[in-house]
Design a protein around this ligand. Structure first.
Ligand code: ZN
Length: 267
């Protein structure tokens, strides 16, 4: 067989295998009777106003309470983001009540949130530090947490499947996989949020950060903590205690969160 004939033969073989894949008329008829897939459920964002109740959070030199700033900004984001098509919004608190960090995480997980955003305006060690920044869980903390989960009974719950019959190595692999997906989603959301917000708001130097915050530890909900500014900084406090400036910050964050939820990672 010469080279040309060989190519023809290969092409013929290819055609035959494609022809084999063409569905028959009865298969098509069957397919058309299958109802269309249900429209996708709205993407859910759980907003978490930091602190509350007996925990005021940071207190600015002019007496501004972080718990009030975070609640006001989160409620305004919820109002604006709630208008977006295909996005639903929850709040871990909508009044001046205290919530344990674990409760906040549990609320996001119970709601099956696609993204968890904790809103803060803490103190920085350096009073000159100002501007918006965002944190995701550090790789080390996230690895340690995934390993700890692997040892716990609630593994099946974390993965949304019953995995009790699987051997430990496979279980560990599945936990790693789930934790990795969560971590990537969080980092992606953080990057988009900070980049977008930086077009209109002052950013902290090195605004994309990692830390071991307990509130970011949901193993299956990408979680980001946004420091809207620092109440330890005079200029930031002036802005954060001004209702109009808070509305502007909330509008920028709502706009960017809407974009995040429509991005390839979350849509
Ligand atoms: Zn805080």
């Amino acid at each position: 067989m010469n080279r040309r004939a060989l190519l023809r033969f290969a092409a013929g073989g290819c055609f035959l295998s494609l022809a084999g894949a063409v569905p028959t008329a009865s298969a098509l008829a069957q397919k058309s009777s299958v109802p269309d897939r249900k429209p996708r459920a709205p993407r859910m964002v759980m907003l978490d106003p930091g602190h509350g109740g007996r925990d005021p959070g940071a207190i600015g030199a002019r007496g501004t309470y972080e718990k009030d700033v975070t609640l006001d900004i989160a409620k305004e984001i919820a109002r604006l983001l709630g208008r977006e098509r295909g996005v639903s919004v929850g709040l871990t608190r909508d009044g001046d009540v205290g919530l344990a960090l674990a409760e906040r995480v549990a609320l996001a997980r119970d709601a099956r949130a696609d993204l968890f955003i904790s809103i803060h305006a803490d103190s920085a060690p350096n009073p000159r530090a100002r501007g918006l920044s965002a944190y995701t869980l550090s790789d080390r903390a996230s690895d340690e947490f995934a390993a700890a989960i692997a040892k716990q009974e609630n593994l099946a719950d974390v993965l949304g499947v019953g995995t009790h019959d699987l051997n430990p190595a496979v279980q560990a692999f599945l936990v790693d996989l789930a934790a990795d997906r969560t971590r990537k989603g969080a980092v992606e959301a953080k990057q988009q949020l900070v980049k977008g917000a930086g077009r209109d708001l002052t950013l902290l130097e090195n605004p994309m950060r990692y830390a071991d915050f307990a509130v970011l530890r949901a193993p299956d909900v990408p979680s980001v903590l946004v420091e809207t500014g620092f109440l330890s900084n005079k200029e930031d406090e002036r802005l954060l205690r001004d209702p109009a400036a808070r509305r502007r910050i909330a509008a920028v964050l709502a706009r960017e969160l809407a974009a995040v939820m429509k991005s390839a990672t979350f849509a």
